[in-house]
Design a protein. Structure first.
Length: 218
């Protein structure tokens, strides 16, 4: 089997956005008057759609507060981008460039919005290597459901066996597994090695350069 399509998660996999996300989440929680949550608690929800983030942190939340949380979060996140600049993880730009020039198709499936992905990939200098983006607003069922992967495969005309999903959280691994692709967990993001193993990751890597070897051996 030869991998031709690599579907990356964004936050915690390509982009180091943890500080942006947790700072914004805690500011949003405070603004809408909910009890405070720690940075670690907020980080544990990274990768989920915003509505699921707040429901996870506050299981008994009144549903009318959910859209208010989403709207407030997006406003504060955009404001915070002016002073907290997300960056690509070490060697991400160089590795994506290498993979792109080797002929692999590189895409992103993320729980953030499509417009946000467009802006952040451009700002991080990786937009030219990414052929296709899927945000939470592009699908009806987000991670860990398989729709983001299945839509990518259908739109780009790839078979499942030609694809691998790469992500830092259990929801990324489950999304790929539910779609029937190979999966690769990364340890430099927001999820632990144990969580990735328990989710059933086929491979786990400690640096993005190792992805070259994984793909060669699939």
């Amino acid at each position: 089997m030869s991998i031709k399509l690599i579907i990356f998660d964004f936050d915690g996999t390509l982009g180091d956005t943890r500080r942006n996300i947790t700072t914004t989440m805690r500011m949003t929680i405070k603004e809408i008057g909910l009890p405070g949550r720690s940075e670690a608690e907020c980080a544990s929800t990274i990768g989920l759609p915003l509505a699921e983030c707040i429901r996870t942190l506050f299981p008994d939340i009144q549903e009318e507060l959910v859209p208010r949380f989403e709207e407030t979060y997006r406003r504060i996140f955009n404001d915070n981008l002016k002073r907290i600049k997300p960056t690509a993880f070490p060697s991400v730009v160089e590795t994506l460039s290498t993979l792109h020039h080797k002929g692999y198709t590189l895409t992103i499936a993320s729980s953030r919005s499509h417009n946000s992905l467009t802006e952040l990939t451009r700002d991080m200098g990786i937009a030219d290597y990414i052929s296709y983006l899927i945000g939470a607003d592009d699908v009806k069922e987000a991670k860990p459901k398989p729709e983001p992967v299945l839509k990518t495969l259908a739109d780009l005309h790839f078979d499942t066996i030609k694809a691998i999903v790469v992500g830092d959280m259990a929801v990324d691994i489950l999304m790929g597994a539910n779609a029937g692709t190979k999966t690769c967990g990364v340890t430099w993001g927001n999820g632990s090695r144990k969580e990735l193993q328990e989710a059933g990751a086929d491979y786990i890597i400690d640096s993005i350069e190792e992805l070259n070897q994984v793909i060669d051996n699939v």
